[in-house]
Design a protein around this ligand. Structure first.
Ligand SMILES: [Zn+2]
Length: 275
């Protein structure tokens, strides 16, 4: 499949990898070279919860070689209705440990890096710059703005997703081509948008949106297809309708606009009116 030129440039796949990823390798859009890119990629998944679970699981199965996971929480019984990385026997364990064990059980060649801490303005720039792509599974507004700002400041693509009740959305923010603040300059007043803990979420919704985020991530890694950058994909799970709306960079965006005012990470609890 691969040309000798490609083989000379990249490390050859092992016989185990050729067999394991054979359904990828026969695809002209992937091939040995694309699989090699996946094996060499480093992806950071924010949160080992509803969205982070299917994202990390499918990236692991696809052979994304290094997967970082940030989470500070422990597995709660109420997580098991949707968070496929965790099993009944994991209740009470740190989510990053449960996630690592599950991912390695799927694919023992993975390199899983666990960051057992909340992502904060203090640690974000120590973690995010070490990865190629950031995938957002944050479940609250301070974390969502923090991940957005840190990814932009570090020059990393951000594959964004969110879910609530029967609804979900996903998009891709490429540095300099728009960001979450272009779309939502101000956080909603505290309490106006309920959390999944307050309003609920259908167990499959994170699977649907997380799988889309994983798909966008591997497309970015391999450089194939048309990404969701510039489009916000909206899912109405109750009527099962997908639609996408065009989004664009806002020249007045305080982060990625022409005259930015946000040049470093801020206090996101205060910004969201929670401190
Ligand atoms: Zn922006």
């Amino acid at each position: 499949m691969a040309t000798t030129q490609t083989q000379a440039k990249t490390k050859a796949l092992t016989p185990y990898q050729v067999k394991r990823y054979s359904r990828h390798i026969i695809m002209p859009q992937v091939g040995s070279a694309g699989q090699r890119k996946l094996l060499d990629a480093k992806v950071l998944v924010i949160g080992a919860g509803g969205l982070g679970s299917p994202v990390a699981m499918y990236l692991a199965l696809a052979g994304v070689g290094t997967i970082g996971i940030v989470d500070f929480d422990t597995v709660d019984l109420s997580n098991l209705q949707r968070q496929v990385l965790h099993h009944d026997s994991d209740v009470g364990r740190p989510k990053v440990e449960s996630a690592r064990d599950t991912l390695l059980s799927y694919n023992p060649e993975l390199h899983v890096i666990t960051h057992e801490a909340p992502l904060t303005s203090e640690n974000a720039m120590d973690i995010i710059p070490n990865y190629d792509i950031i995938v957002n599974g944050a479940d609250n507004f301070p974390a969502r703005y923090l991940v957005n700002d840190a990814s932009y400041l570090a020059g990393k693509p951000l594959v964004d997703g969110s879910i609530l009740i029967f609804d979900g959305q996903a998009t891709v923010f490429l540095p300099g081509k728009g960001c979450y603040r272009c779309l939502f300059p101000e956080p909603p007043p505290p309490g106006e948008v309920p959390s999944c803990a307050e309003a609920g979420v259908l167990g499959m919704l994170p699977g649907l949106i997380g799988t889309i985020q994983a798909t966008e991530t591997v497309k970015l890694i391999m450089g194939v297809g048309t990404s969701l950058a510039g489009r916000l994909l909206l899912l109405d799970g109750l009527d099962m309708e997908f639609r996408s709306v065009k989004i664009r960079r806002n020249p007045d965006c305080p982060l990625c606009g022409d005259n930015p005012t946000v040049k470093e990470l801020i206090d996101y609890q205060v910004f969201c009116g929670l401190a």
